[in-house]
Design a protein around this ligand. Sequence first.
Ligand code: DX5
Ligand code: ZN
Length: 226
Amino acid sequence: MAPPVRRRLAPSLLSADFADLASAIRLAELGGADAFHLDVMDGHFVPNLSFGPALVRDVRRRTRLPLDVHLMIEHPARYLPEFAAAGGDTLVFHLEASDPPEEVLRVAAGCRAKVGAALRPETPLDAVLPLLDRLDEVLIMSVHPGFSGQSFLPEALPKLERARRTLDERGLATELAVDGGILPATAASCARAGARFFVCGNSVYGRGEVAGNLHALREAVDGGSG
Ligand code: DX5
Ligand code: ZN
């Protein structure tokens, strides 16, 4: 019998109170989070700024859960080593950034971290297919990167389905992640489409109680097919 599919919830700290991240981390851990997602933005690749390796390092000191670091930055190859040294477990670069993906993967191979590639909504899945066997994660963006709290773009669903099919056909264990506008309803659709890693910002930290919010998301992602 095939092992049960594991679906993981990764609260995005971008939606938490930056002045009280320790509480945000603790509450999510108690609520059953599987990882944390950290959104790094440079004001160039996306029109917003967030934080850099110093914050990743401080979060690292507060939790043992894996840190999924989403690099919405130009020149990811230049910064990868710093984010690995800061304690990022998976470093996710954007295929659309100016560094050639081959160069980013070459630098990543020298870092003690896993590597992932992210695709903006308008980037076709084909862009990542030749790299799949060298990636630990593929992150499909279901909003335009830069801000939390946006609405889910349903174009992500056929992309997830095709990515899932391709990974299964090739027998790859690459994590399939979705990021942006994930609420219980959209999470359930993404789970049916084959996503296994769910980045959740506003739906965890926006309003209501963190543990309750995570519980609703858990039910949604595990409610469909096993
Ligand atoms: C958006 C970021 C997301 C963001 C998600 O650019 O990549 O990780 O924090 O937030 P929600 O879940 O609110 O869309
Ligand atoms: Zn993100």
